[in-house]
Design a protein around this ligand. Sequence first.
Ligand SMILES: Nc1nc2c(c(=O)[nH]1)N=C([C@H](O)[C@H](O)COP(=O)(O)OP(=O)(O)OP(=O)(O)O)CN2
Length: 144
Amino acid sequence: MIRITKIFYFEMAHALHGYNGACRHIHGHSYELHVTIASVKGEDTYLQSPGFIIDFKELKKIINLAVIEKFDHKLVLSQAYLSKFPAVMLQENLEILEVEPSVENLLLFSRKAICKVLPPLLSLQGLKLYETRDSYAEWLASIN
Ligand SMILES: Nc1nc2c(c(=O)[nH]1)N=C([C@H](O)[C@H](O)COP(=O)(O)OP(=O)(O)OP(=O)(O)O)CN2
């Protein structure tokens, strides 16, 4: 099976409510999201013209709409955080999640959002989300 991957970048601020460390305070990261796609047909022969599983340009539009525009340059906080610090509700770039915006939860959100909008005959095979240069969460379809 052939898999293709496109990498996306976004800047986001967050805080981890209930975390006993500096990350409980609002701070920012430059995230890097790797999105890996395959065809459900599992091609192992040459692809007919134009020779793509999906055009990288089309993939970019889909992922930008489903994930990147939701998080890029946003302040992402949980409902629990906002109950404790209601004044932050006034921020105009606020994005509220039911859960803490850890890299794991952002990855799960992204998986759901992408699976909803992926064109038929394509399957999401993997996601990797870097929060820092050396910390990331990964999901692989074959492992679940
Ligand atoms: N399993 C997780 N652990 C942590 C998360 C997370 O989302 N999932 N997030 C954080 C913080 O957001 C933190 O900013 C990033 O963590 P960390 O890699 O520890 O950041 P640093 O590079 O600053 O840490 P070093 O000690 O310099 O390696 C915390 N944990």
